[in-house]
Write a protein that binds this ligand. Sequence first.
Ligand SMILES: [Ca+2]
Ligand SMILES: [Ca+2]
Length: 477
Amino acid sequence: MKRHMLLIALLILVGCIVAVFFTTRSGWNREGVGITTYPPSGGAQSTVVSIRVNPSIKYQVIEGFGGSGAYFESLVHDLREPLRTQVLDLLFSDLGIDIYRMRVWSLIEFYNDDEDPNHFNWDGFNFNTDLDQVWNAQQAKSRGVSKFLASVWSPPWWMKNTRKENGGGYLLPEMYEEFAEWLAAYVIGYKEHHGIEIGWISIQNEPDFSTEDWETCVYTPEQLRDVVKVVGRKFRALNLTTKILLPEVAQVSKAPDYIEVIMSDPEAAQYVDVLNFHLYDIDYFNPDSEIIYLEKVAECGLKYKRPLWETEYSYLEFAKAGTLEEALAEAQHIHNTLVYGNASAYLVWALFWIGNGLISVNPFTGDYKVNTVYYALKHYSKFITPGSRRIYSLSTDGDILTSAFLDENTNRITVVIINRGRRQFNAELSIDNIVKTSMEQYRTSSTENCVRLPDVQSSGNVFRIVIPPESIITLVG
Ligand SMILES: [Ca+2]
Ligand SMILES: [Ca+2]
């Protein structure tokens, strides 16, 4: 998460103007069907492309897709009905996400519960200080979202050298035991008080970044290595099964440095279940620039035999929010992260936000808008079931990016195709080894938002489809 918190204050100031602007320009609507205007496609002539899928060549297991509800926790809650239920259904049901990302709430232990980090003084913890976040998680859970990841943005103020949560600083070494107790209390308390199982804890959101604008805490790779040992021992002693993620660096290019230091230490490594990262050193509209870093992270995952999760990335500005251009870039980031980064999970930043995010909520008018980027994620999250394996897939044209996934329980195959160019293609898609006679087809283009088209039938296990310029297609069957 970067920069956007700076914009919150600005946004609130100009919010009313923005609200009027969007309302009068027809952007906001209650049906959640955004209409995107976009330059018309080029010539009518189609180029031919071949796409090959081979289910016998298998890669990583997919854990799922998701995003965060952090910071504007009350945004959806404060919508009036029936809009509120519509947004919840769109986010937690129709989108098909599996993972909801939250903040480990520092206020549960605003002052130290007692002087003993090995004794929970439950009267010293308060689990009723983040009820909007709890409400969001419960709404997600009631709609089938089953995986809850919580990231630390900052330890409680009294554990840090700066004695405040914003502006970086570090966790005092003499507070490592207290830090571990706080995390354990959060996991235990959320389950007992709110029925939410925190299955995954990320030790620190963006340990390589600090700002005065929101809660941050900086760790060197060595500091993160040392603290995960204390947390891991604590979780094990309490029989907590919550998995531990790190290093969750803001910059994917820094991930290997952290991973090497931490995972080459046998004691630290045994407590690390997942390696995670963000992509904020990448130009959002130049997705190919991340490939070299993703390949290096993938090597780390193979070397240390850990799944890789991309746990936050989105377009954080506003100029191109809601455009097809944003959606096509988003789809390419997901593609690259799964294909070159071998990632098992992909999480966007804001599921809902003011002015951008998958769904923009306007607290001034009480309306919402589904942005095209919502559908970019949906092409993956709706159709790829957790536990599926990524399988071999390749096209013969550089503008056509394809990824494919096999549900080994059902033999169901999902193929996601991105056309990032301005040419239309006639595609011949062949699937090796597994016979498929028919597949469902969904498409996003300048005029469609993950619209279901007529099923496509195979001829000799070859499916023939038209790929419009600048489009995303999911085939599933
Ligand atoms: Ca304590
Ligand atoms: Ca205590």
